[in-house]
Design a protein around this ligand. Structure first.
Ligand code: NAD
Length: 498
């Protein structure tokens, strides 16, 4: 059985009895085991990071950026292997796995421009002989705790920016699909990241708690489900750390009566069922607005959804593959049952679905449910599976209030030909990322990613300049170089520039 070990300076070691199974969700077989670390192992990684970080911070940013350029080249050269490895552990199809890697690489491209991003501010002559300038210095040791659903992109969101800023970084990927994160760390070392600057530890709650409590870790970035995100935020912040913690989502797609329905249906099917719905920017709720819109939409949705091909993650003809674990399959099917019991009308039922010959795999067929209402538990909660719920809205204001009042506020999309409606919606909706005729509005790497409400705890987003701010501390220097030292004056009053 393949064993996936920690990748830390000095070799892993650790307690061999603590390990977890890694499945191939397409077949249901265990294909590897992953080590689960503890506080002692983490401390070894932190000591190595502490030893390496000052020299890395003192390396000029252009040289740090060169490591990022080389890393990008290496990831691109290994794209096919990485995508297949990712697909066989996560369950998403290979083309989608390439998208996962590519979106992470775009943050690496942003990190290649770090000399520009770190330039700071300068005011010449803020007072007589006085200049004021700021510099951004690395936090020191950063840690990233990542979810199973983007095992390439999300680690790169974090370590790409953190390391380019001059930090050392310890990655704790999801124990369900840890192989690609380990490969990414290996490729960073091959690209020239010095020993100790990027390390990978594996584990469950025990390791996460060790990270939250380690006094030498200055900043923690977390992405995962909301209850755990909130816990990570509270405990990390109580320990005096900088914490950003992204949580769950329930994104709505608003279909206005004037929308291009054919295009919206095409977008919706990809956004609701791609990656088996296991994306925090999926669209699991569609809101047709006004009389007759729901009927028009459903007429077109049903044939498109019925034609979806669900297969193994390596089947090039499959639109999507299995969900990540047997427990998650059971949970998604339970939510479909709950929604039905709450009064939802099931138009397409994906429960009990198994592609021929793949009886052990964790498959859920595409599911479409009409007449879902905001009082239902199955609407209120994240299902994170290939399930599309239809919530009918009589008018624009009702449609606007649905995502605005929902506990999650990650993403939302409106489909319309009316620029004014789109503009109003974008300005007023209580959600962090908005798409206008764009179903999955994941911002490009040089902008920033982050939701509102229970979709994010802490106040700094991922990547873009927000990421640079998160991984650095600002220092502001006020310098006086006078012609001659002025006589007298009262040194005990606050200096003014006048
Ligand atoms: P998860 O919360 O189960 O796990 C995330 C991380 O937390 C993993 O590294 C895991 O090992 C660790 N963890 C698990 N249980 C823990 C515990 N009790 N205490 C401390 N740490 C623990 O999430 P997941 O199932 O891997 O990922 C799916 C979730 O992530 C969904 O809710 C999805 O919406 C969310 N997500 C959010 C974003 C975003 O940017 N908002 C992006 C991707 C995924």
């Amino acid at each position: 059985m393949r064993f996936i070990d920690h990748l830390i300076v000095g070799g892993a070691g650790g307690n061999p009895a603590r390990k977890a199974s890694v499945f191939n969700p397409s077949t249901g077989q265990v294909q590897a085991e992953v080590a689960l670390g503890d506080a002692a192992l983490l401390d070894r990684a932190v000591q190595a990071a502490l030893a390496a970080q000052p020299a890395w911070a003192a390396t000029n940013p252009q040289r740090r950026a060169r490591v990022m350029f080389e890393f990008k080249r290496l990831v691109e050269a290994n794209m096919q292997d990485l995508a297949e490895l990712l697909a066989t552990e996560h369950g998403k199809v290979t083309a989608d796995a390439k998208g996962d890697i590519q979106r992470g690489l775009e943050v690496i491209e942003f990190a290649c421009g770090i000399p520009h991003a770190l330039k700071g501010e300068f005011t010449n002559g803020a007072g007589p002989g006085i200049d004021v300038y700021s510099m951004r210095q690395p936090v020191g040791i950063g840690a990233g705790i990542t979810p199973f659903n983007f095992p390439a992109m999300i680690p790169m969101w974090m370590f790409g920016v953190a390391i380019a800023c001059g930090n050392a970084f310890i990655l704790k990927p999801s124990e369900r699909d840890p192989s690609v994160p380990v490969r990414l760390v290996e490729l960073m070392l091959e690209a020239g990241a010095p020993e100790g600057i990027l390390q990978c530890v594996h584990g469950d709650k025990e390791m996460v708690d060790a990270i939250l409590d380690h006094p030498a870790i200055g900043a923690i970035s977390f992405v995962g489900s909301s209850d755990i995100a909130n816990y990570v935020y509270q405990r990390g912040a109580a320990n005096g750390k900088r914490v950003q913690a992204m949580g769950g989502a329930k994104n709505h797609g608003i279909i206005m009566p004037d929308a291009d329905i054919d295009r919206a249906v095409n977008d919706l099917v990809g956004a609701a069922f791609g990656s088996a719905g296991e994306r925090c920017m999926a669209l699991p709720v569609v809101v047709p607005v006004g009389e007759g819109t729901a009927e028009k939409l459903i007429d077109k949705l049903i044939p498109e959804i019925t034609a979806l091909n669900v297969g193994t993650s390596l089947d090039p003809s499959a639109h999507y593959g299995p969900v990540v674990t047997a427990e998650h399959k059971a949970r998604v099917e339970d939510w479909i049952g709950t929604c039905e019991a709450e009064g939802g009308k099931i138009l397409i039922d994906g429960r009990g679905f198994t592609p021929q010959g793949l009886e052990g795999g964790f498959y859920v067929g595409p599911t479409l449910i009409d007449h879902v209402t905001p009082d239902m538990d199955s609407y209120h909660n994240e299902i994170f599976g290939p399930v599309l719920q239809i919530v009918r809205a009589p008018d624009f204001e009702t449609a606007l209030s649905l995502p605005s009042k929902h506990q999650y506020g990650n993403g939302v999309a409106i489909f319309t030909r009316n620029g004014h409606a789109a503009r109003e919606f974008a300005a007023r909706v209580n959600v962090g990322m908005v798409g206008i005729n764009v179903p999955i509005p994941v911002p490009v790497a040089y902008h920033t990613f982050g939701g509102w409400k229970r979709s994010a705890f802490g106040d700094t987003n991922q990547h873009g300049m927000e990421g640079v701010k998160f991984w650095t501390k600002v220092k502001t220097i006020t310098a006086r170089w006078p012609d001659s030292t002025p006589e007298g004056g009262n040194a005990f009053i606050i200096p003014t520039m006048g």
